[in-house]
Design a protein around this ligand. Structure first.
Ligand SMILES: [Zn+2]
Length: 126
């Protein structure tokens, strides 16, 4: 892969990285004990706003919101992790190579997903 393309994809990765971190910060906080891990924040709804709700109902809403956050946090976190890994590979000059067979991943595939880790043949999704 030529340097111009690497640079271009790196910028796309960095942009997505920042976007994911911003989204994660809304619903989670970074785990101080484990780098790259995030902990979903438990929502605290304002009891005043839920005036007609009983506190039990408000609590149930919080639990529901929390479960949604857990799910969102999980998928944002794993995407963020694959972006971080891709940025590491750029620094280590192994970017764009299949993690399985070490062959170069086709450029169109890299453009579609700059964090791609496998060639078509070794993609776990296939
Ligand atoms: Zn491969």
């Amino acid at each position: 892969m030529d340097l111009v393309t690497v640079h271009e994809l790196k910028q796309a990765l960095e942009k997505e990285h920042d976007m994911l971190v911003a989204e994660l910060k809304e619903i989670a906080r970074p785990d101080p004990k484990m780098r790259g891990n995030w902990i979903a924040k438990y929502p605290k709804f304002d009891r005043e706003e839920y005036g007609s709700h009983s506190s039990l109902e408000t609590e149930a809403d919080e639990v529901e919101e929390y479960e949604e956050r857990l799910e969102a946090e999980h998928s944002l976190e794993s995407r963020l992790l694959s972006i971080t890994h891709a940025l590491h590979r750029i620094r280590g000059n192994t970017y764009g190579m299949c993690l399985n067979c070490k062959k170069e991943i086709p450029l169109e595939r890299m453009r579609a997903n700059p964090a791609a880790e496998f060639c078509m043949e070794h993609s776990p999704k296939n």
